[in-house]
Write a protein that binds this ligand. Structure first.
Ligand code: PMP
Length: 280
């Protein structure tokens, strides 16, 4: 089954998809992206992903390319062509190809790309035992709420994690834990579920919002609050959220065992609630 791409209006196998070396995404990282996934063959929370795409586009001065219904059509068609029952769908939009100059080109056509890849679930052992994570200095810029294709600090931090045998790296800014290189962070501390507040320092995760709704619906004690790293080490529970990780228990941070070293009960209960929401 092929990985599929949609490039500026045309569908093709991913292996044949190309953009110019003059593309500003390649030259400057001047672009944005989104990642959505399917459950039961249907794209999950597509409207929320498209809203965040609009937010990112507006923030970097890109115009809206397609209506929500046109996006849905394109993504569904690309997914159908791939033949993958469950897939990851990436949207990437850059300011297009133009002679190299930092300022916006007077004339350029945005590059609009969709790619469809097979969704490979996380190993069940990782989910059952929980993940180890490390921490890394947050070297990212001041607008982490924009889902920009500039991912070098995330790439470096994730590689640091891999080299240390860890699953994810958590970004630390001013002594506070922000989020993972590709996930949001939650902890249970003194019986209260906590996650850092939305703002320019984190990506407003679609899964994060859903988990907050689930926690509030279950009348859990919940607060959006900065989490000092020292408090995270002593947390009762820690977990990551994201489109691909869903809700993933964390049992070690920087080699320090969290609580009894096993996935916590609130994390597991939220994951069960999450499964009911996502699995048709
Ligand atoms: N933070 C970062 C930095 C991410 O890359 C991601 C994954 N897109 C997330 C959080 C989680 O967001 P979502 O739940 O929308 O996948």
């Amino acid at each position: 089954m092929p990985n599929i791409a949609f490039v500026n209006g045309r569908f093709m196998p991913l292996a044949r998809a190309k953009v110019s070396v003059e593309d500003r995404g390649f030259q400057f990282g001047d672009g944005i992206y989104e990642l959505a996934r399917t459950y039961g063959g249907r794209i999950f929370h597509l409207q929320e992903h498209l809203e965040r795409l609009d937010h990112s586009a507006k923030a970097i001065g890109l115009s809206i390319v397609y209506s929500r219904s046109r996006w849905k059509e394109i993504l569904e068609k690309a997914h159908a062509q791939s033949g993958y029952p469950e897939a990851k769908l990436y949207i990437q939009i850059t300011r297009g190809a133009a002679p190299r100059d930092h300022s916006f080109p007077k004339k350029s056509r945005m590059s609009v790309i969709v790619t469809v890849r097979k969704l490979v679930p996380l190993p069940s052992e990782l989910r059952e035992k929980g993940a180890s994570v490390i921490t890394a200095a947050d070297l990212r810029w001041g607008r982490c709420d924009i889902k920009s294709v500039n991912l070098l600090p995330n790439v470096m931090a994730r590689q640091k994690a891999r080299s240390a045998g860890a699953f994810e790296a958590l970004f630390i800014r001013d002594g506070l834990v922000m989020e993972g290189a590709g996930s949001n962070l939650f902890a249970v501390i003194r019986g209260q579920i906590m996650t850092p507040p939305k703002g320019p320092a984190i990506l407003p995760g679609i899964t994060r919002d859903l988990v907050i709704d689930l926690a509030c619906g279950a009348r859990d004690a919940f607060v959006e609050k900065g989490i000092p790293l020292e408090e995270l080490y002593g947390a009762e529970e820690v977990f990551l959220t994201g489109t691909t990780v869903e809700i993933l228990p964390v049992v070690k941070v920087d080699g320090k065992t969290i609580s009894n070293g096993r996935p916590g009960k609130t994390t597991l209960r939220l994951y069960q609630q999450f499964l009911q929401t996502t699995r048709p």
